[in-house]
Design a protein around this ligand. Sequence first.
Ligand SMILES: Nc1ncnc2c1ncn2[C@@H]1O[C@H](COP(=O)(O)OP(=O)(O)OP(=O)(O)O)[C@@H](O)[C@H]1O
Length: 369
Amino acid sequence: MSIRLHNIGKHFGSGRQRTQALEPVNLDIHDGELVGLLGPSGSGKTTLLRIIAGLEHADPDGGARILFGERDVTNVHVRDRRIGFVFQHYALFRHMTVFDNVAFGLTVMPRRNRPTSGEIRARVHRLLEMVQLEQLAHRYPAQLSGGQQQRVSLARALALRPDVLLLDEPFGALDAKVRQDLRRWLRHLHDELGFTSLFVTHDQEEALELSDRVAVMSNGRIEQIDTPDAVYRSPANHFVFEFLGDVNHLEGEVRDGTLTCGEARLSVELPDGSEELLLRPHEVRLAEAPTPEAHLPVTVTAISPVGAEVRVELTADWLGEPWLATVRHADYERLGLSRGQRLYAIPRRWHRFPDASPAPALSPLARAA
Ligand SMILES: Nc1ncnc2c1ncn2[C@@H]1O[C@H](COP(=O)(O)OP(=O)(O)OP(=O)(O)O)[C@@H](O)[C@H]1O
């Protein structure tokens, strides 16, 4: 089921209390797609999700329309939109067993649509099997872990065979390992059952790992919507770049093709003036000597060799905030990295987002790559 949003804007309150939660948004979600709404607190993610669900109404002016496939659901009640919901705070019925929680939506259907009790039993068992909770069917929510409760919520949301599944910070309250498992598991279910899903998160990693496409939001606006790879590698603007990962800043004055900041110097093909360059940690190489293009002396202040790469914190008099470089374990050993060591940072590439420039600029190095 595709979802098409046309001119969905939202204000709350009136008079001086009136605030704009969403600027008019247009968005097309394809049939079977898993889309992540990613943004900081207050950026409008939940408001957009609630409008799609029918729990909130878009501003009526401006011709707001919501289509599920060919069906115009703009004025359709939440009950009739055929949506499954999963929220962060597991709203399971505490006095019902796992089985009854999952079966609930089916048992309260109008008699003419309601499956027989045998069919309900079979469907609930199948769902519990899929979320691997069959053994716990007779437990109560209080007897489950957070991750298990969230799996029950998912099974319950899927029991009514929704066309669209909406998830609001579904794994927000869980610890890192459980989140990781649930993400994989949601992706798997999504692919197996083929519904269309939209989920809200403020966790970059979660959005990038789970989504077919990510919509990055700030201040009630969709700043960019694209595949995880594209939003990460080709961010549309400064905000998206900063929000999607660790960033190192290099601010200085450019004169005659050289950016200078204290004792640091970098050759850049830019006109004279003040500049701010941005670099991801993996775009910073560490070396024992400067190059003709880059003279950026740094001191190693912390090393974290945990994970696939080594994270190295760097400081210098010319830096306001420490830099973070990620280096391969082989390079870590080759350089014999230790705290207090003095090295040179060599940018592999850099990015800049001059104000009001719609397209990001990349370093010549990156353009060549
Ligand atoms: N019922 C409401 N009345 C007034 N303002 C509201 C209401 N709901 C949301 N807002 C405002 O709308 C803006 C967007 O809120 P929304 O909850 O959609 O953001 P969000 O991105 O989901 O944030 P979070 O990640 O913190 O949940 C915020 O400025 C919020 O204060």
